[in-house]
Design a binder for this molecule. Structure first.
Ligand SMILES: NC(=O)c1ccc[n+]([C@@H]2O[C@H](COP(=O)([O-])OP(=O)(O)OC[C@H]3O[C@@H](n4cnc5c(N)ncnc54)[C@H](O)[C@@H]3O)[C@@H](O)[C@H]2O)c1
Ligand SMILES: [Zn+2]
Length: 394
Protein backbone atom coordinates (compact mmCIF):
# COMPACT_ATOMS: atom_id res chain seq x y z
CA UNK A 1 0.00 0.00 0.00
CA UNK A 2 1.59 3.34 -1.01
CA UNK A 3 1.53 6.49 1.08
CA UNK A 4 -0.85 9.29 0.14
CA UNK A 5 -0.50 13.05 0.09
CA UNK A 6 -3.12 15.74 0.48
CA UNK A 7 -2.20 18.99 -1.26
CA UNK A 8 -4.41 22.00 -1.79
CA UNK A 9 -4.31 25.71 -1.40
CA UNK A 10 -7.15 28.01 -0.47
CA UNK A 11 -7.19 31.45 -2.07
CA UNK A 12 -7.65 34.23 0.48
CA UNK A 13 -9.11 37.56 -0.53
CA UNK A 14 -10.66 40.16 1.72
CA UNK A 15 -11.46 43.82 1.17
CA UNK A 16 -10.03 46.64 3.28
CA UNK A 17 -12.45 49.54 2.88
CA UNK A 18 -11.74 53.13 3.91
CA UNK A 19 -14.58 55.40 4.87
CA UNK A 20 -15.64 58.10 7.31
CA UNK A 21 -18.75 57.82 9.50
CA UNK A 22 -19.65 54.24 8.63
CA UNK A 23 -22.85 54.41 10.73
CA UNK A 24 -24.30 57.43 8.93
CA UNK A 25 -27.71 56.29 7.61
CA UNK A 26 -26.71 56.48 3.93
CA UNK A 27 -23.24 54.90 4.31
CA UNK A 28 -23.38 51.41 2.75
CA UNK A 29 -19.81 50.22 3.36
CA UNK A 30 -20.80 47.93 6.24
CA UNK A 31 -23.66 46.46 4.20
CA UNK A 32 -21.32 45.93 1.23
CA UNK A 33 -19.02 43.94 3.52
CA UNK A 34 -21.81 41.76 4.93
CA UNK A 35 -23.80 40.47 1.97
CA UNK A 36 -26.96 38.42 2.52
CA UNK A 37 -28.15 35.45 0.50
CA UNK A 38 -31.26 36.32 -1.59
CA UNK A 39 -34.32 36.39 0.65
CA UNK A 40 -32.31 35.51 3.76
CA UNK A 41 -30.99 38.60 5.54
CA UNK A 42 -27.62 37.86 7.11
CA UNK A 43 -27.41 38.03 10.91
CA UNK A 44 -24.71 39.97 12.71
CA UNK A 45 -23.41 40.06 16.24
CA UNK A 46 -21.77 43.44 16.85
CA UNK A 47 -19.19 43.76 19.63
CA UNK A 48 -18.18 47.29 20.59
CA UNK A 49 -15.18 48.45 22.63
CA UNK A 50 -16.42 50.15 25.82
CA UNK A 51 -13.59 52.70 25.54
CA UNK A 52 -15.00 53.79 22.20
CA UNK A 53 -18.50 54.06 23.70
CA UNK A 54 -17.08 56.33 26.43
CA UNK A 55 -15.54 58.56 23.76
CA UNK A 56 -18.70 58.48 21.62
CA UNK A 57 -21.73 57.66 23.80
CA UNK A 58 -24.16 57.84 20.87
CA UNK A 59 -22.45 55.17 18.82
CA UNK A 60 -24.52 52.18 19.96
CA UNK A 61 -27.77 53.99 19.13
CA UNK A 62 -26.41 54.97 15.71
CA UNK A 63 -25.40 51.36 15.01
CA UNK A 64 -28.88 50.12 15.92
CA UNK A 65 -30.54 52.84 13.84
CA UNK A 66 -28.30 51.99 10.88
CA UNK A 67 -29.27 48.30 11.03
CA UNK A 68 -32.98 49.16 11.33
CA UNK A 69 -32.73 50.84 7.92
CA UNK A 70 -31.42 47.68 6.19
CA UNK A 71 -34.57 45.85 5.19
CA UNK A 72 -32.73 43.34 3.02
CA UNK A 73 -30.09 42.78 5.69
CA UNK A 74 -27.79 42.51 7.40
CA UNK A 75 -29.83 42.38 10.60
CA UNK A 76 -28.66 42.64 14.18
CA UNK A 77 -28.89 39.25 15.90
CA UNK A 78 -29.05 41.03 19.27
CA UNK A 79 -28.29 44.40 20.83
CA UNK A 80 -24.63 45.30 20.31
CA UNK A 81 -22.47 43.76 22.99
CA UNK A 82 -20.32 46.40 24.70
CA UNK A 83 -17.18 44.89 26.21
CA UNK A 84 -14.19 46.44 27.97
CA UNK A 85 -11.29 47.15 25.60
CA UNK A 86 -7.59 47.65 26.20
CA UNK A 87 -5.09 44.95 27.04
CA UNK A 88 -7.41 43.61 29.78
CA UNK A 89 -9.71 42.42 26.98
CA UNK A 90 -7.11 39.82 25.99
CA UNK A 91 -5.59 39.18 29.42
CA UNK A 92 -7.70 36.02 29.91
CA UNK A 93 -10.58 34.10 28.33
CA UNK A 94 -13.38 36.37 29.62
CA UNK A 95 -13.91 38.40 26.41
CA UNK A 96 -13.68 35.26 24.28
CA UNK A 97 -16.18 33.52 26.59
CA UNK A 98 -18.67 36.40 26.41
CA UNK A 99 -18.64 36.35 22.60
CA UNK A 100 -18.86 32.56 22.41
CA UNK A 101 -21.77 32.56 24.91
CA UNK A 102 -23.65 35.06 22.75
CA UNK A 103 -22.87 33.13 19.58
CA UNK A 104 -24.29 29.97 21.15
CA UNK A 105 -27.36 31.70 22.59
CA UNK A 106 -28.13 33.42 19.28
CA UNK A 107 -27.43 30.25 17.32
CA UNK A 108 -25.07 32.03 14.95
CA UNK A 109 -24.05 29.88 11.99
CA UNK A 110 -21.03 29.93 9.71
CA UNK A 111 -22.85 32.40 7.44
CA UNK A 112 -23.40 34.82 10.33
CA UNK A 113 -21.16 37.82 10.87
CA UNK A 114 -19.30 38.96 13.93
CA UNK A 115 -18.46 42.63 13.59
CA UNK A 116 -15.73 43.66 16.03
CA UNK A 117 -15.48 47.41 16.53
CA UNK A 118 -12.66 48.62 18.76
CA UNK A 119 -8.98 48.72 19.56
CA UNK A 120 -6.50 46.02 18.54
CA UNK A 121 -6.80 44.20 21.86
CA UNK A 122 -10.57 43.75 21.67
CA UNK A 123 -10.28 42.79 17.99
CA UNK A 124 -7.73 40.12 18.85
CA UNK A 125 -9.97 38.55 21.52
CA UNK A 126 -13.20 38.77 19.52
CA UNK A 127 -11.34 37.40 16.49
CA UNK A 128 -10.26 34.38 18.51
CA UNK A 129 -13.84 33.74 19.59
CA UNK A 130 -15.10 34.10 16.00
CA UNK A 131 -12.41 31.67 14.81
CA UNK A 132 -13.40 29.04 17.37
CA UNK A 133 -17.18 29.03 17.06
CA UNK A 134 -18.16 26.42 14.47
CA UNK A 135 -14.49 26.56 13.41
CA UNK A 136 -14.94 30.05 12.03
CA UNK A 137 -17.68 32.66 11.75
CA UNK A 138 -17.36 35.53 9.31
CA UNK A 139 -15.33 38.19 11.11
CA UNK A 140 -15.61 41.82 10.02
CA UNK A 141 -13.04 43.96 11.80
CA UNK A 142 -13.60 47.64 12.30
CA UNK A 143 -10.50 48.92 14.09
CA UNK A 144 -11.03 52.17 15.96
CA UNK A 145 -7.47 53.09 16.93
CA UNK A 146 -4.54 54.32 14.88
CA UNK A 147 -2.67 51.12 15.66
CA UNK A 148 -5.68 49.02 14.74
CA UNK A 149 -6.13 50.72 11.37
CA UNK A 150 -2.39 50.74 10.60
CA UNK A 151 -1.72 47.17 11.64
CA UNK A 152 -3.68 45.07 14.15
CA UNK A 153 -6.99 45.13 12.31
CA UNK A 154 -5.56 44.17 8.92
CA UNK A 155 -3.78 40.89 9.39
CA UNK A 156 -4.69 37.24 9.59
CA UNK A 157 -4.01 36.69 13.28
CA UNK A 158 -5.85 36.85 16.57
CA UNK A 159 -4.69 36.07 20.10
CA UNK A 160 -5.03 36.45 23.82
CA UNK A 161 -2.17 36.70 26.30
CA UNK A 162 -1.46 33.74 28.59
CA UNK A 163 1.34 32.20 30.63
CA UNK A 164 2.79 35.72 31.03
CA UNK A 165 3.38 35.95 27.32
CA UNK A 166 1.86 38.19 24.72
CA UNK A 167 -0.32 36.43 22.15
CA UNK A 168 0.42 32.98 23.55
CA UNK A 169 -2.98 31.57 22.48
CA UNK A 170 -4.45 32.33 19.09
CA UNK A 171 -5.12 31.25 15.55
CA UNK A 172 -4.39 32.33 12.02
CA UNK A 173 -7.76 33.22 10.54
CA UNK A 174 -8.20 35.81 7.77
CA UNK A 175 -11.06 38.24 8.33
CA UNK A 176 -14.08 38.37 6.03
CA UNK A 177 -13.55 42.12 5.60
CA UNK A 178 -11.87 45.09 7.26
CA UNK A 179 -13.39 48.56 7.49
CA UNK A 180 -11.16 51.50 8.44
CA UNK A 181 -13.51 54.30 9.50
CA UNK A 182 -11.04 57.18 9.70
CA UNK A 183 -13.46 59.40 11.65
CA UNK A 184 -13.15 57.02 14.62
CA UNK A 185 -9.49 58.02 15.00
CA UNK A 186 -10.43 61.58 15.96
CA UNK A 187 -12.10 60.25 19.13
CA UNK A 188 -8.86 58.90 20.60
CA UNK A 189 -6.80 60.65 23.23
CA UNK A 190 -3.38 61.93 22.16
CA UNK A 191 -1.50 58.84 23.35
CA UNK A 192 -3.63 56.44 21.38
CA UNK A 193 -3.76 58.80 18.36
CA UNK A 194 0.02 58.75 17.96
CA UNK A 195 0.84 55.24 19.29
CA UNK A 196 0.06 53.44 16.03
CA UNK A 197 2.45 55.67 14.07
CA UNK A 198 5.27 53.51 15.43
CA UNK A 199 3.95 50.61 13.31
CA UNK A 200 4.11 52.87 10.25
CA UNK A 201 7.73 53.82 11.00
CA UNK A 202 8.46 50.12 11.63
CA UNK A 203 7.17 48.94 8.26
CA UNK A 204 8.84 51.88 6.48
CA UNK A 205 12.26 51.08 7.95
CA UNK A 206 12.22 47.58 6.50
CA UNK A 207 10.18 48.14 3.33
CA UNK A 208 9.93 51.76 2.20
CA UNK A 209 12.58 54.43 2.89
CA UNK A 210 10.46 57.19 1.32
CA UNK A 211 7.63 56.40 3.73
CA UNK A 212 9.93 56.99 6.72
CA UNK A 213 10.99 60.33 5.22
CA UNK A 214 7.35 61.21 4.62
CA UNK A 215 6.35 60.37 8.19
CA UNK A 216 9.24 62.50 9.48
CA UNK A 217 7.97 65.39 7.31
CA UNK A 218 4.35 64.89 8.41
CA UNK A 219 5.22 64.47 12.10
CA UNK A 220 4.35 68.04 13.17
CA UNK A 221 0.98 67.82 11.39
CA UNK A 222 0.26 64.46 13.01
CA UNK A 223 1.31 65.81 16.41
CA UNK A 224 -1.20 68.63 15.96
CA UNK A 225 -3.88 66.09 15.04
CA UNK A 226 -4.29 66.85 11.37
CA UNK A 227 -6.74 64.22 10.03
CA UNK A 228 -5.43 64.43 6.44
CA UNK A 229 -1.85 63.71 7.53
CA UNK A 230 -3.11 60.82 9.65
CA UNK A 231 -5.21 59.40 6.80
CA UNK A 232 -2.21 59.45 4.46
CA UNK A 233 -0.03 57.55 6.93
CA UNK A 234 -2.75 55.03 7.83
CA UNK A 235 -3.46 54.26 4.18
CA UNK A 236 0.19 53.77 3.17
CA UNK A 237 0.91 51.76 6.31
CA UNK A 238 -2.09 49.50 5.63
CA UNK A 239 -0.98 49.04 2.02
CA UNK A 240 2.54 48.02 3.10
CA UNK A 241 1.23 45.54 5.69
CA UNK A 242 -1.22 44.01 3.21
CA UNK A 243 1.49 43.81 0.56
CA UNK A 244 3.68 41.89 2.94
CA UNK A 245 0.92 39.49 3.96
CA UNK A 246 -0.19 38.99 0.34
CA UNK A 247 3.17 38.69 -1.40
CA UNK A 248 5.67 37.91 1.35
CA UNK A 249 5.25 34.18 0.82
CA UNK A 250 4.52 33.23 4.41
CA UNK A 251 1.20 34.72 5.56
CA UNK A 252 0.76 32.14 8.31
CA UNK A 253 4.33 32.52 9.55
CA UNK A 254 5.39 28.92 9.22
CA UNK A 255 9.03 29.92 8.72
CA UNK A 256 11.23 31.53 11.33
CA UNK A 257 11.23 35.02 9.89
CA UNK A 258 8.64 37.63 10.78
CA UNK A 259 9.61 40.93 9.18
CA UNK A 260 6.54 42.84 10.35
CA UNK A 261 7.74 42.23 13.88
CA UNK A 262 10.81 44.44 13.44
CA UNK A 263 11.42 46.11 16.81
CA UNK A 264 8.94 43.81 18.54
CA UNK A 265 11.24 41.51 20.49
CA UNK A 266 11.89 44.41 22.86
CA UNK A 267 8.36 45.80 22.52
CA UNK A 268 6.62 42.64 23.68
CA UNK A 269 9.05 42.29 26.57
CA UNK A 270 8.58 45.95 27.59
CA UNK A 271 4.80 45.51 27.61
CA UNK A 272 5.16 42.63 30.06
CA UNK A 273 7.88 44.35 32.16
CA UNK A 274 5.76 47.50 32.48
CA UNK A 275 2.54 45.50 33.02
CA UNK A 276 1.08 47.31 30.02
CA UNK A 277 1.72 50.78 31.43
CA UNK A 278 3.14 51.34 27.95
CA UNK A 279 0.67 51.02 25.08
CA UNK A 280 1.69 48.48 22.46
CA UNK A 281 2.49 51.30 20.02
CA UNK A 282 4.64 53.12 22.57
CA UNK A 283 6.57 49.94 23.30
CA UNK A 284 7.03 49.45 19.55
CA UNK A 285 8.41 52.99 19.21
CA UNK A 286 11.06 52.16 21.82
CA UNK A 287 11.76 48.78 20.21
CA UNK A 288 12.13 50.31 16.74
CA UNK A 289 14.51 52.97 18.11
CA UNK A 290 16.64 50.34 19.86
CA UNK A 291 16.85 48.05 16.83
CA UNK A 292 17.55 51.00 14.53
CA UNK A 293 20.37 52.06 16.88
CA UNK A 294 21.64 48.47 16.94
CA UNK A 295 21.67 48.52 13.13
CA UNK A 296 23.64 51.79 13.17
CA UNK A 297 26.15 50.29 15.59
CA UNK A 298 26.52 47.24 13.32
CA UNK A 299 26.98 49.40 10.20
CA UNK A 300 23.70 48.34 8.55
CA UNK A 301 22.13 51.78 8.76
CA UNK A 302 23.73 55.22 8.47
CA UNK A 303 23.79 57.36 11.57
CA UNK A 304 21.83 59.97 9.62
CA UNK A 305 19.04 57.51 8.79
CA UNK A 306 18.99 56.30 12.40
CA UNK A 307 18.50 59.87 13.58
CA UNK A 308 15.72 60.42 11.04
CA UNK A 309 13.88 57.34 12.35
CA UNK A 310 14.22 58.71 15.88
CA UNK A 311 12.92 62.10 14.70
CA UNK A 312 9.92 60.55 12.97
CA UNK A 313 9.02 58.89 16.29
CA UNK A 314 9.71 61.75 18.66
CA UNK A 315 8.24 64.25 16.19
CA UNK A 316 4.78 62.78 16.74
CA UNK A 317 5.44 62.60 20.49
CA UNK A 318 6.37 58.93 20.88
CA UNK A 319 8.86 57.82 23.54
CA UNK A 320 12.26 56.31 22.72
CA UNK A 321 12.98 55.16 26.24
CA UNK A 322 11.45 53.63 29.33
CA UNK A 323 13.00 53.18 32.76
CA UNK A 324 12.35 49.42 32.57
CA UNK A 325 15.15 49.16 29.99
CA UNK A 326 17.56 49.53 32.91
CA UNK A 327 16.08 46.61 34.89
CA UNK A 328 18.47 43.72 35.51
CA UNK A 329 17.88 40.10 36.51
CA UNK A 330 19.52 38.59 39.62
CA UNK A 331 22.52 37.56 37.47
CA UNK A 332 23.07 41.15 36.30
CA UNK A 333 21.73 40.52 32.79
CA UNK A 334 19.40 43.10 31.27
CA UNK A 335 15.80 41.99 31.85
CA UNK A 336 14.76 42.87 28.29
CA UNK A 337 17.14 40.20 26.94
CA UNK A 338 14.69 37.51 28.08
CA UNK A 339 12.49 38.87 25.31
CA UNK A 340 14.81 37.25 22.77
CA UNK A 341 14.12 33.72 24.01
CA UNK A 342 10.36 34.37 24.22
CA UNK A 343 10.40 35.77 20.71
CA UNK A 344 12.27 32.71 19.42
CA UNK A 345 9.89 30.34 21.17
CA UNK A 346 6.86 32.14 19.74
CA UNK A 347 8.20 31.79 16.19
CA UNK A 348 9.78 28.40 16.62
CA UNK A 349 13.09 27.32 15.13
CA UNK A 350 16.13 29.59 15.10
CA UNK A 351 16.00 33.05 16.60
CA UNK A 352 15.34 35.26 13.58
CA UNK A 353 15.06 39.02 13.85
CA UNK A 354 14.33 41.43 11.04
CA UNK A 355 16.86 44.25 10.81
CA UNK A 356 17.31 47.03 8.29
CA UNK A 357 19.93 46.50 5.62
CA UNK A 358 20.02 50.12 4.55
CA UNK A 359 16.87 52.18 5.07
CA UNK A 360 13.84 50.49 3.47
CA UNK A 361 15.53 47.10 3.00
CA UNK A 362 15.56 44.10 5.30
CA UNK A 363 17.83 41.31 6.39
CA UNK A 364 17.43 38.57 8.99
CA UNK A 365 19.85 38.15 11.89
CA UNK A 366 20.06 35.30 14.40
CA UNK A 367 21.75 36.70 17.50
CA UNK A 368 21.93 39.92 19.48
CA UNK A 369 25.31 40.85 20.92
CA UNK A 370 24.78 42.25 24.45
CA UNK A 371 27.77 44.60 24.13
CA UNK A 372 26.43 46.08 20.88
CA UNK A 373 23.03 46.31 22.52
CA UNK A 374 24.52 48.42 25.31
CA UNK A 375 26.08 50.67 22.68
CA UNK A 376 22.73 50.88 20.91
CA UNK A 377 20.99 51.89 24.14
CA UNK A 378 23.56 54.66 24.65
CA UNK A 379 22.89 55.89 21.12
CA UNK A 380 19.13 55.93 21.77
CA UNK A 381 19.91 57.96 24.89
CA UNK A 382 21.70 60.51 22.66
CA UNK A 383 18.80 60.57 20.16
CA UNK A 384 16.21 61.23 22.80
CA UNK A 385 17.96 64.06 24.60
CA UNK A 386 17.57 66.78 21.93
CA UNK A 387 13.86 66.00 21.82
CA UNK A 388 13.37 65.38 25.52
CA UNK A 389 10.84 68.20 25.78
CA UNK A 390 8.48 66.42 23.36
CA UNK A 391 8.84 62.99 24.89
CA UNK A 392 6.26 62.05 27.48
CA UNK A 393 7.76 60.58 30.63
CA UNK A 394 6.35 57.15 31.35
N1 LIG B 1 -3.48 40.60 15.48
C1 LIG B 1 -2.49 41.32 15.02
O1 LIG B 1 -1.98 41.08 13.93
C2 LIG B 1 -1.95 42.47 15.85
C3 LIG B 1 -1.02 43.34 15.27
C4 LIG B 1 -0.57 44.42 16.04
C5 LIG B 1 -1.03 44.61 17.33
N2 LIG B 1 -1.93 43.73 17.86
C6 LIG B 1 -2.43 43.91 19.24
O2 LIG B 1 -3.20 45.10 19.32
C7 LIG B 1 -3.21 45.54 20.69
C8 LIG B 1 -3.05 47.04 20.77
O3 LIG B 1 -4.11 47.65 20.13
P1 LIG B 1 -4.41 49.22 20.29
O4 LIG B 1 -3.15 49.96 20.19
O5 LIG B 1 -5.50 49.52 19.35
O6 LIG B 1 -4.82 49.40 21.81
P2 LIG B 1 -6.05 48.87 22.67
O7 LIG B 1 -6.88 47.91 21.91
O8 LIG B 1 -5.43 48.40 23.93
O9 LIG B 1 -6.93 50.19 22.89
C9 LIG B 1 -6.41 51.26 23.67
C10 LIG B 1 -7.55 51.98 24.39
O10 LIG B 1 -8.32 52.75 23.48
C11 LIG B 1 -9.73 52.53 23.70
N3 LIG B 1 -10.34 52.87 22.42
C12 LIG B 1 -10.48 52.12 21.30
N4 LIG B 1 -10.91 52.87 20.28
C13 LIG B 1 -11.06 54.13 20.75
C14 LIG B 1 -11.46 55.38 20.15
N5 LIG B 1 -11.73 55.48 18.84
N6 LIG B 1 -11.50 56.48 20.93
C15 LIG B 1 -11.17 56.41 22.24
N7 LIG B 1 -10.75 55.28 22.85
C16 LIG B 1 -10.70 54.15 22.10
C17 LIG B 1 -9.80 51.13 24.20
O11 LIG B 1 -10.96 50.90 24.98
C18 LIG B 1 -8.54 51.05 25.06
O12 LIG B 1 -8.80 51.54 26.35
C19 LIG B 1 -2.09 44.79 21.38
O13 LIG B 1 -2.64 43.80 22.22
C20 LIG B 1 -1.33 44.13 20.23
O14 LIG B 1 -0.71 42.92 20.62
C21 LIG B 1 -2.41 42.67 17.14
ZN1 LIG C 1 2.88 45.67 16.74
Amino acid sequence: MHDLTAAFSVPVRFPVRFTRHAWAPDNTVVADCMPSAPGRPARALVVVDAGLVTADPGIVDRIQAWFRLREQGPHLAAQPLVLAGGEAAKADWSTVDRVMDQAAELQLCRHSYVLALGGGALLDAVGLAAALVHRGLRLVRMPSTTLGQCDAGLGVKNAINAYQQKNFLGTFQPPWAVIDDLALLDLQDDRSWRAGISEAVKVGVIKDADFVRRIAALAPAIASRDPAAMAEVVHRCAALHLDHISTGGDPFETGSSRPLDFGHWTAHRLEILTRHRLLHGEAVAIGVAIDAAYAVRCGWLSEEDGLMIAKALTGVGLPLWDASLDLRDADGRRSILAGLEQFRAHLGGHLTLAMPDGLGRRQDIHAVDPVRLDQALSLVGRWRRPHAAGVPSH
